[in-house]
Design a protein around this ligand. Structure first.
Ligand SMILES: [Cu+2]
Length: 470
């Protein structure tokens, strides 16, 4: 697998997703960011009547989004940098349409008190194409208007956390799972278990740290091993896993671990350990599957929501057949706390939670911005786990059919009687699946939560298939 810089996001934008489209956009996923990111887009200095004002439109934002102009008549130029048609409608004026790549000139008037402009094509305003022209000295009113406008751009009022343009760039998570016995702090000792089977020892330290969970958003996350999700561990049925869990003295709260791949009592191995304490959690992997592990310290919801989860892959005793590429995708929600602080427990604890982001492997839309290269016609295996904490998923790859799915122990096998296939795999929180596909043609294959209010909030990634020349 190679990760490369995005160039094909436009394809996805055409499909109606709202992932970050280009470098000079506001911080990624403008619709999900509640518009705060969009508000940070380019602005220009004060303008006087008679000036020519250039507006660039793309999926789904204008540049500039905010400008200041004295009341009077202006010439506007709409440049459509996008891949679909956009228009600009300033106040009560007529909408001026530009086809993709087209530049259109028009006139407009800025009234006393300023005016709002939108793209009036259905859905585009709600996706973020709304801006404000304020008049000099009218900044208070204008910013109120802009805030009001941003309420239309953002789906959730609680996305009141402003994007920080100075936030550290996110680190792309390598989506390849390790081989059995590999990983930081992991040691495979053949025949080392008390029952004569293989022993896998795992030194695992908890770390509380600042992490960029989406472009422009830093949170104080709680982690296993310094990553969200925590490290992936791969075993086979019959292995013994001995985890040495350390909560360092500099931690601020107690933590614990709960392996769904284990059969143990919760009072013992799953006990919480205070900062400076450690414990040993030993279990045998008796059943194959894609298993969740997570912190179980109260409030469990907050510890999971703030990053303390991961995946254990347990293969059958004989191992899984080899394929060309393997990837893991841990899907989860993020409920933003203030910048630099833990995620919001109050938001996560709503009966009908509204996450700011939903993402694969810790960062919203990271594989949309950095597509994953695969080979056309190759066998691709995905280990997919929904850790929630609270929302179901319908995992789908656009343009592909799953010919092999093992979900929670239930098999769909290629070559079955009747040639049945699968289009999407439903995973409630804490359910996992092994999913295989074979991309038929060169091109882009988007993987999404097919509950389509979530791809725009970050539950979107891309495979780029190449190799057959078609
Ligand atoms: Cu914890």
């Amino acid at each position: 697998m190679k990760i490369r810089t995005a160039s094909s996001i436009a394809v996805i934008a055409v499909m109606g997703f709202t992932a970050s489209a280009c470098a000079d956009d506001a911080p990624g996923i403008p619709a999900a960011a509640g518009g705060d990111g969009a508000a940070a887009a380019a602005s220009v200095g004060d303008l006087s009547p008679g000036a020519v004002v250039e507006f660039h439109a793309t999926e789904f934002s204008f540049s500039p989004m905010q400008l200041t102009a004295a009341p009077g008549d202006y010439t506007g130029v709409l440049v459509n940098d996008g891949d679909i048609a956009h228009d600009i409608k300033i106040g009560d004026g007529d909408a001026v349409v530009a086809a993709p790549g087209e530049t259109v000139e028009f006139s407009f008037t800025v009234p006393e008190g300023g005016v709002q402009f939108i793209c009036s094509i259905p859905g585009h305003e709600d996706a973020g194409m709304v801006g404000t022209i304020s008049t000099p000295g009218g900044e208070a009113a204008a910013s109120d208007e802009a805030a009001d406008a941003m309420d239309h751009a953002g789906p959730a009022a609680e996305a009141s956390v402003e994007a920080n343009p100075d936030a550290a760039a996110y680190v792309v998570r390598d989506p390849r799972p390790p081989a059995r016995g590999e990983g930081d702090g992991v040691t495979l000792i053949p025949g080392g278990a008390d029952d004569g089977g293989d022993l896998i020892e795992w030194e695992l330290e908890i770390e509380e740290k600042i992490m960029t969970v989406a472009e422009g958003y830093e949170q104080l996350v709680w982690t296993f091993g310094g990553d969200v999700p925590g490290p992936v561990l791969r075993t086979r049925v019959g292995d013994t896993v001995r985890v040495h869990l350390v909560n360092p003295t500099e931690a601020t709260v107690s933590h614990s671990i709960d392996y769904h791949a284990s059969q143990v009592s919760m009072e013992d191995e799953m006990a919480s350990i205070a900062p400076g304490e450690d414990l040993v959690y030993e279990f045998t992997t008796d059943y194959a599957g894609v298993w969740m592990y997570h912190c179980g310290t109260a409030p469990v919801l907050h510890h999971i929501a703030n990053g303390m989860f991961g995946m254990v892959i347990v293969e059958p005793e004989e191992g899984l057949p080899p394929v060309d590429d393997e990837f893991f995708f841990v899907q989860h929600e993020w409920y933003l706390g203030p910048q630099g602080e833990p995620g919001s427990f109050a938001k996560a604890n709503q009966a009908a939670p509204e996450p700011d982001f939903q993402m694969f492997n810790g960062v919203a839309a990271q594989y949309a911005d950095n597509p994953i290269d695969i080979e056309t016609g190759s066998d691709v295996r995905m280990y997919v786990l929904n850790v929630g904490p609270s929302i179901d998923t319908s995992f789908h790859v656009v343009g592909a059919i799953f010919h092999h799915v093992t979900k929670e122990g239930v098999h769909l096998v290629e070559g079955n009687d009747g040639n049945w296939g699968s289009q999407a795999v439903d995973l409630a929180p804490a359910q996992g699946a092994v999913i295989e596909m074979r991309p038929a043609e060169d091109g882009t294959y988007a993987f999404v939560n097919h509950a389509f209010n979530f791809p725009g909030r970050g539950a979107l990634g891309l495979f780029t298939a190449s190799g057959d020349g078609a």
